[in-house]
Design a protein around this ligand. Structure first.
Ligand SMILES: O=C(O)c1cc(=O)[nH]c(=O)n1[C@@H]1O[C@H](COP(=O)(O)O)[C@@H](O)[C@H]1O
Length: 276
């Protein structure tokens, strides 16, 4: 899905919500345990309940990989279940020397080989351009580079000064000069709302993946104050705040209610910004 198509979806759905699919077996409602793959059933019901309210789904691969080969099967079947017009992000946070990154890229992008054809993958920029390049060789796909993350550990490296600018600023400045920069998005945590003004100075046109609303306490309104651009430019993720809104048989309805609250807030924001 290209940028124009993504913005068209945002306008049509009046939403820039990304639902994070981070399921843990202990939290799956008990009535689903009778299914052969309870997590797949959980995801399917969540997708059915939220697909008209969101423009993206982001399974974090750790939650699937932790279950071994069965988890990979669940991830693959989950990806297949997501409707085609919804943006899919493999939140895998990969990046390695070139030939290894090429294998990671095949895992998430090469549908013929792996049976998964995500639109985007999250990548750590630490190993530099040649570690990101193999993902960018897929011309219709996106790389979402970690820039300024939502966790407290962002202080350890990302905001350290490197030649007059913070390390995360260097990540954005340098990568946005790459020839393939129009296939990049950046992760900026909702808990770092005070930095969005600066992020937008460095990356005015890029889409930002913004995790950290909901369970981590970030504010949607604060993110949007400086984060919006003229094609919206934001995919705001909530995982636990939506998928665990209810723990019983009505879990999908509760999830829908939480997604709807965010979508309605987003609609007002898009209206005020005259983007819809
Ligand atoms: O890349 C990410 O998505 C990500 C980056 C970041 O800085 N912070 C962050 O929380 N995430 C992911 O976003 C999701 C947040 O989940 P909740 O806190 O449950 O909404 C998890 O899958 C995290 O791994």
């Amino acid at each position: 899905m290209n940028k124009r198509e993504l913005f068209a979806q945002i306008q049509e759905k009046k939403s820039f919500l990304c639902v994070g699919l981070d399921p843990v077996m202990e939290n799956i409602p008990k009535h689903l345990l009778k299914y052969e793959d309870p997590i797949l059933e959980f995801n399917k019901q969540l997708i059915d309940a939220t697909k008209d309210l969101c423009v993206a789904y982001k399974p974090n691969t750790a939650f699937y990989e932790s279950m071994g080969w069965k988890g990979w099967r669940t991830l693959t079947e989950t990806w297949k279940y997501i409707p085609e017009n919804i943006f899919t992000i493999a939140d895998a946070k990969r990046g390695d020397i070139g030939n290894t990154s090429a294998m990671y890229a095949e895992t998430f992008f090469n549908r013929e080989k792996s049976e998964m054809g995500f639109d985007a993958v999250t990548v750590a920029p630490y190993m530099g351009e040649d570690s990101v390049g193999p993902f960018l060789n897929y011309k219709d796909k996106w790389v979402i580079l970690l820039a300024l993350t939502s966790n407290s550990g962002h202080k350890d490296f990302q905001v350290l000064e490197t030649g007059g600018q913070k390390l995360y600023e260097t990540v954005i400045n340098t990568s946005s000069g790459w020839a393939t920069a129009d296939q990049l998005m950046y992760v900026v945590g909702a808990t770092r709302a005070e930095e969005f003004k600066q992020v937008r100075k460095l990356a005015p046109d890029h889409f930002l993946l913004v995790p950290g609303v909901g369970a981590q306490g970030g504010s949607l309104a604060d993110v949007c104050e400086y984060g919006l651009n003229d094609s919206c430019g934001l995919l705001v993720n909530s995982s636990r705040g939506i998928i665990y809104a209810g723990k019983g048989e009505d879990f999908a309805e509760r999830a829908r209610e939480e997604a709807l609250k965010l979508q309605q807030e987003m609609e007002q924001i898009l209206l005020s910004a005259e983007l819809i």
